[in-house]
Design a protein around this ligand. Structure first.
Ligand code: NDP
Length: 304
């Protein structure tokens, strides 16, 4: 029987700890603050940002939502970021991606004060993470580590295989696992004999962006499977490929007209020792870790 690693319970525990820390900082006259920048009207981005702002309210963190129009220029965005960098009530700056094509995303992310970079995307934080110095680590990979640790899954000495090498998930996840003394292999679209490598994994992290890409044949029985992927399926054909005969998913599909699947095929989970479900796994940790990073930034900025 494989163990389901319950992202909701772990995220709730982290949020409770953050709320306690916020209360203790309040005793010292400090209120951590997050500025969230949401450009235009991308529906998915709006949902993500609203959930982040709402979680701030639940935990006692101050938040300010800024909503420039989707015609905003790089110059205007740089001015906005400069103003947020200067504000004392803002400890964390979150720029929801993707940005409209006319905005230079890299220039903007590089303009965020690294001390307020709660997404951990600034090259200074990426460098600090690599060098093993105190850093604001990207939220999703940090959540992966929290899931493993809080589920008492050993990391040291284990072979961790990370499929995906993006700057926001794959690379930092690999680095964090390395700092926990895993033996880490990073795979990507040019990797040869991928299945041979993934079958060696004690811990397999999938951050690819392709529905059910990691199949049962690619997994060592008993491995821990961490599924970062979030892929939405809209057609009956796609649905049947993954969830045929699953009444719970069937009901969700009929009700919403779509269903979410990760980068790991549901059949592979059955072979695992433990796995993160999608939804209900890693995704829930991302917001919790953003809150934790905001409090951390508030403390670090004040030398606490
Ligand atoms: P990217 O598209 O930036 O990166 C995908 C990575 O997968 C790339 O490194 C790519 O390799 C690799 N890849 C693509 N195809 C293959 C293949 N056939 N074989 C091996 N590797 C392959 O995606 P992200 O890292 O941003 O996101 C990954 C997934 O995680 C997505 O589903 C995304 O929605 C989800 N996500 C979830 C979050 C959460 O909160 N749970 C947060 C962020 C992302 P190469 O570099 O060679 O192109």
């Amino acid at each position: 029987m494989s163990v389901i690693l319950d992202g909701a319970a772990i995220a709730a525990a982290i949020k409770q700890e953050v709320a306690e820390e916020v209360r203790s900082l309040a005793g010292q006259g400090i209120r951590p603050g997050l500025a969230a920048v949401l450009v235009g009207n991308v529906a998915a981005s709006e949902i993500y940002v609203r959930s982040k702002v709402q979680t701030c309210a639940e935990l006692g963190i101050f938040s300010d939502l800024l909503t420039p129009p989707d015609t905003v220029t790089t110059r205007e965005m740089l001015d906005l970021v400069a103003a947020l960098n200067a504000r004392d009530d803002v400890d964390g700056i979150l720029i929801q991606l993707p940005l409209p094509a006319q905005v230079d995303t890299k220039a903007l992310l590089d303009a965020v004060d690294p001390a307020k970079d709660v997404d951990g995307f600034h090259p200074v934080n990426a460098g600090r993470l690599q060098a093993g110095r105190p850093a604001l680590a990207p939220c999703t990979p940090a959540g992966v580590i929290e899931i493993l640790k809080r589920s008492n899954i050993p990391i040291a000495g284990q072979h961790a295989v990370v499929v995906g090498r993006s700057d926001i998930v794959g690379k930092p996840a690999a680095m964090l696992l390395l700092h926990q003394n895993a033996t880490v292999t990073i795979c990507h679209s040019k990797t040869r004999n991928l299945a041979e490598i993934t079958r060696q994994a004690d811990i397999l992290v999938a951050a690819i962006g392709r529905p059910g890409f990691i199949t049962a044949e690619m997994v060592k029985p008993g491995a821990t499977l961490i599924d970062v992927g979030i892929n939405r399926l809209y057609t009956r054909e796609e649905f049947d490929r993954f969830f045929l005969g699953n009444p719970k998913r069937e009901a969700a599909f009929v009700k919403r007209g779509s269903v979410i699947v990760g980068d790991i095929h549901p059949q592979a989970f059955e072979l695992s020792g433990a796995y993160t479900p999608v939804p209900g796994g890693v995704g829930l940790l991302t917001v919790a870790m953003l809150m934790a990073n905001t409090v951390r930034a508030a403390k670090m900025r004040r030398g606490l």
